[in-house]
Design a protein around this ligand. Structure first.
Ligand code: NAG
Ligand code: NAG
Ligand code: NAG
Ligand code: FE2
Length: 431
C-alpha cells in the first residue's frame, strides 16, 4: 500500500516536473470512471409510498407528474402554492410493464394544471398522508436557463454532476439520451429513478432516447423502448407527434425540438414529416430561439462513434431542414466527452448554420471517450474528454450564454463559455 502510494507520488512528481515542457498537458488530469451507485428503496417504506417522482412540461401551463409504487395506490396528485395546503387535485392513469422476468411497479401518470408561470408549487402523490414534493414552473419570458446533460448513467460521477446541477438554479433540464444504463436489467431503471428524484421532482426533465433506451432482444422481447416509454412519457401528443420518441415544447421564447435518433428519420418517415410541420409552425416573433436535440452527434471529431447510421444518415436526411429553419443550436450526447463546433452547414463553416454541441459526459459507467481525430478539424472549436454538464442561459431574444462545466475533483468549473446570438436577429440570415 505504502509502496503503491510512493510509486504514484513519484509518477505525479515526474509528470508535473515535465508538464511545463510538454506544453498543453498542464491542463486537466482526466479521472477514471467511478463505480455504479444504486439507490434502493427504504426497507420499511409503505407499498403506496411514491418513488422515482419526476415531472415534465405539458403544453404551455401544465405539468406531468410520474411516480412508481410497489403496491397499488391511486393516481392522484394534490397540489397548491403553499406548503401543506393542497387546494387542487388531479387524477390520471396507472400502468405497468413486464420485461422478461421483471414486473414493474405501478407507474402513475397525472397531468396537473393550469399552473401559473414562475411559481413554486407543493404537491403530494397518492394517498394522504404522504411526503410533500415541490417544483417551480418556468418563467413566461426571458431570461430562462436550461441545463443540458447527456449519457448520465448512475455512477459516482453521475452523482457529482447532479450535485453541480442542483446548484445552478435552472428552469428546465434537457437530456439528449442514454439515461439509466440499465441495459436490460430493469431494477436499475428503478435505481436511476430514485437517484434523480431529488432533482427531477423539482424541475421539468425533458428527455429523448439514446441507444441504451432501446432494450430490444430479438424473439424474447421484440418491442423496443418498453421501459423508456412506460417511465418517461414526454408531451408528444401536445406537439402533434404520434410517437413518444420525438416531440417539441416551448419555454419562455425558446422552441425546443427533441428528435429521435433510434427511430425512422428518412425523408419518407413520420418523424421527418412531423419535423417539417413543426418547423413550419414556428413563429420567431414568439420564440426567437430554436434548439434541436439528438442523441448521436451529426458533427463529431472524437474517434468514438464514427460512421454510425444514426449520426450520418440522420444528418444527411435532416440537416438541411434545420439549416433552412435557422435552428440556433443542436445538442447531442452519445460520445462521452464535450465538443463545440462553430456554426456549420454541410461540413462547412456557415454563419447561418446551427452551433453543434456534444455533451455526452454526464458520468456513466462506460467512462470517457478520450481519443480524437488529429488534426482537430477547423470547424471544431473546443473539445475535451472530461465529465461535466452544460448550461444554456437565454438572456433575451438576441443573446444566450452557453457554459460547459467540467467536474474537476468534484468541483464544477466553467471550462468553456461563449455568447451566442440568435439567428432570428441576424439580418444576413433572413429566410
Ligand atoms: C451523492 O453524493 C452526496 C454528496 O457527496 C452523498 O451524500 C450521497 O450519499 C451520494 N449518493 C449516492 C447514491 O452515492
Ligand atoms: C454539400 O457539399 C457538397 C460538396 O462539398 C456538395 O456536393 C453538396 O451538394 C452539398 N449539399 C448540400 C445539401 O448543400
Ligand atoms: C440582451 O442581452 C445582452 C447581453 O446581456 C445585452 O448586451 C443586450 O443589450 C440585450 N438586448 C436587449 C434587447 O435587451
Ligand atoms: Fe449512446
Amino acid at each position: 500500500m505504502v509502496l503503491q502510494r510512493l510509486a504514484l507520488f513519484l509518477i505525479y512528481a515526474f509528470f508535473w516536473a515535465f508538464a511545463g515542457f510538454i506544453g498543453d498537458v498542464d491542463s486537466y488530469q482526466r479521472p477514471p470512471p467511478r463505480k455504479n451507485v444504486h439507490v434502493h428503496p427504504l426497507a420499511d417504506a409503505d407499498p403506496a409510498s411514491p418513488q422515482q417522482v419526476h415531472i415534465s412540461l405539458v403544453g404551455q401551463d401544465k405539468m406531468r407528474i410520474k411516480w412508481i409504487t410497489d403496491g397499488s395506490s391511486p393516481a392522484t396528485v394534490d397540489y397548491g402554492t403553499s406548503p401543506g395546503v393542497y387546494g387542487f387535485s388531479a387524477t390520471g392513469s396507472t400502468g405497468k410493464y413486464d420485461y422478461l422476468t421483471y414486473d414493474s411497479g405501478e407507474i402513475h401518470d397525472v397531468v396537473i394544471g393550469p399552473l401559473e408561470p414562475n411559481t413554486v408549487y407543493y404537491y403530494r402523490c397518492g394517498p394522504n398522508p404522504g411526503p410533500e414534493f415541490t417544483f417551480k414552473t418556468p418563467p413566461p419570458a426571458f431570461p430562462t436557463k436550461f441545463v443540458v446533460i447527456g449519457d448520465l448513467g448512475q455512477t459516482g460521477w453521475t452523482n457529482s454532476t447532479l450535485q453541480h446541477i442542483s446548484q445552478s438554479n435552472y428552469d428546465v433540464l434537457i437530456l439528449p439520451g442514454d439515461l439509466s444504463y440499465a441495459d436490460f436489467y430493469q431494477p436499475w431503471w428503478d435505481s436511476f429513478g430514485r437517484l434523480v428524484e431529488p432533482l427531477a421532482s423539482q424541475r421539468p426533465w425533458m428527455v429523448t432516447q439514446g441507444n441504451h433506451e432501446v432494450e430490444k432482444i430479438p424473439v424474447i422481447h421484440s418491442e423496443p423502448f418498453t421501459a423508456y416509454n412506460a417511465r418517461w412519457h414526454m408531451p408528444f401528443e401536445e406537439s402533434g407527434s404520434e410517437s413518444n420518441l420525438y416531440y417539441s415544447f416551448d419555454v419562455a421564447g425558446v422552441h425546443v425540438i427533441m428528435l429521435g435518433s433510434y427511430t425512422d428519420f428518412d425523408a419518407e418517415s413520420a418523424q421527418y414529416k412531423w419535423l417539417q410541420a413543426d418547423l413550419g409552425k414556428i413563429d420567431r416573433g414568439k420564440t426567437p430561439w430554436i434548439v434541436a436535440v439528438v442523441h448521436a452527434p451529426w458533427y463529431n471529431s472524437n474517434s468514438a462513434h464514427q460512421g454510425e447510421s444514426e449520426a450520418d444518415d440522420m444528418k444527411k436526411s435532416m440537416e438541411t431542414l434545420l439549416y433552412q429553419a435557422r435552428v440556433d443550436v443542436v445538442f447531442a450526447g452519445h460520445v462521452h466527452a464535450y465538443e463545440r463546433f462553430t456554426r456549420v452547414h454541410n461540413d462547412t463553416a456557415d454563419n447561418c448554420g446551427p452551433v453543434y454541441i456534444t455533451i455526452g459526459d454526464g458520468g456513466n459507467r462506460e467512462g470517457l471517450a478520450s481519443k480524437y481525430e488529429d488534426p482537430q478539424p477547423r470547424i471544431s472549436v473546443f473539445r475535451e474528454a472530461s465529465f461535466g454538464h452544460g448550461q444554456f442561459h437565454v438572456v433575451n431574444q438576441t443573446h444566450a450564454l452557453w457554459t460547459w462545466h467540467r467536474n474537476q475533483d468534484d468541483v464544477s468549473v466553467a471550462a468553456d463559455s461563449i455568447w451566442l446570438n440568435s439567428l432570428s436577429s441576424d439580418p444576413a440570415c433572413k429566410i
